[in-house]
Design a protein around this ligand. Structure first.
Ligand code: OXD
Length: 310
């Protein structure tokens, strides 16, 4: 059996070695830099490897991301053309993301920002209670993660819509599709949650023009990718009072630089890219199945279209 190469700055090689060995006894798991003969590697399991790294393996049949996103793979200017590109789709991560999105929605909806400011001022004040069915949540991106987040938020009685490239049919979620329906989706969205994959089309999508199409007082959540949000435009919209606040889990530069304005901003909550962390136990089911398929010459699951990049 060809070897499985592992390289990630975030994930534990030992945890993945153990989970994959339990599922495929005898798997030839090679954690970088102990790679041996590059020609023996047939499957790469990677997260944010340096550009040009993957081209040194001439017999790669598949490159699998250690996360849901594959933008880090397509960032390689000399990405080998032949291998399947696979993303990790793990129900455990879908649940984790839905929890995180729900947490942000509820924090804004239940006036967490206002009560945090009142606490800082030691001011005991009771604000009028908000109405859940009148709060309009908009999920930007209805893939595996977005659909689960939308369903979870809708289950609490929020008015939920989602925007995606093609129309989706999800119970209790209004579907808006394509660039021509984006403005109508934004106009009805009080809490915007970004859950899009990073592609050339979604880069810089959340900018001043987009924020201006949200109702005044809207709240912005992003756990897609940092490069989708123009940070200076968000700061300007918050500082002018047009937007009420933001919760961000992804940034253009990660870790977020110590001197970044987001850290100390009273209307911004910073999370260190933890909304849906990769889990070496639950995630290994899909990876092991794909290793088996690829080495048996069968098509893997959860592959990505290289032209669309997601
Ligand atoms: C992912 C991520 O892509 O954690 O899964 O960003």
């Amino acid at each position: 059996m060809p070897a499985v190469l592992f390289r990630s700055p975030n994930d534990s090689a030992e945890a993945w070695r153990q989970s994959l060995t339990e599922r495929i006894p005898g798997v030839d798991f090679r954690a970088w830099p102990e790679v041996g003969d590059p020609a023996e590697v047939g499957f790469a399991l990677v997260w944010k490897v340096p550009p040009l790294f993957l081209k040194q393996f001439p017999n790669l049949k598949a490159i699998c991301s250690l996360g849901q996103g594959v933008d880090h793979i397509f960032a390689d200017p000399e990405l080998p053309r032949g291998p399947h590109i696979i993303r990790l789709v793990d129900p455990w991560m879908g649940r984790a993301m839905a929890e995180w999105v729900l947490l942000q929605v509820l924090r804004f909806h239940r006036q967490g920002i206002e009560y945090e400011a009142l606490q800082r001022a030691r001011d005991w004040q009771q604000l009028p209670a908000p109405e859940t069915s009148k709060r309009r949540v908009g999920i930007l991106g209805l893939g595996a993660l977005g659909a689960e987040a939308a369903t979870t938020v809708a289950a609490l009685g929020f008015d939920v819509a989602g925007w995606s490239r093609t129309r989706k049919s999800i119970p209790n979620v209004t579907s808006y599709a394509g660039p021509e329906e984006l403005d109508a989706f934004l106009a009805r969205t009080d809490i915007l949650c970004g859950l899009l994959p990073l592609t050339p089309e979604t880069t810089d999508l959340m900018d001043a023009k987009l924020f201006a199409k949200l109702p005044k007082g809207a709240f912005v959540v992003n756990s897609g990718r940092g490069a989708q949000l123009v940070e200076e435009d968000l700061l300007a919209a918050l500082d002018s009072g047009y937007l009420a606040g933001a919760s961000l889990d992804v940034f253009r530069t990660e870790p977020l630089p110590k001197d970044h304005a987001f850290w100390g901003h009273p209307k911004v909550q910073v999370w260190p890219h933890v909304s849906a962390q990769t889990n070496a136990d639950s995630g290994a089911d899909q990876v092991a199945e794909n290793i088996r398929r690829v080495f048996a010459g069968e098509p893997p699951i959860n592959t990505v279209d290289p032209d669309r990049q997601y």
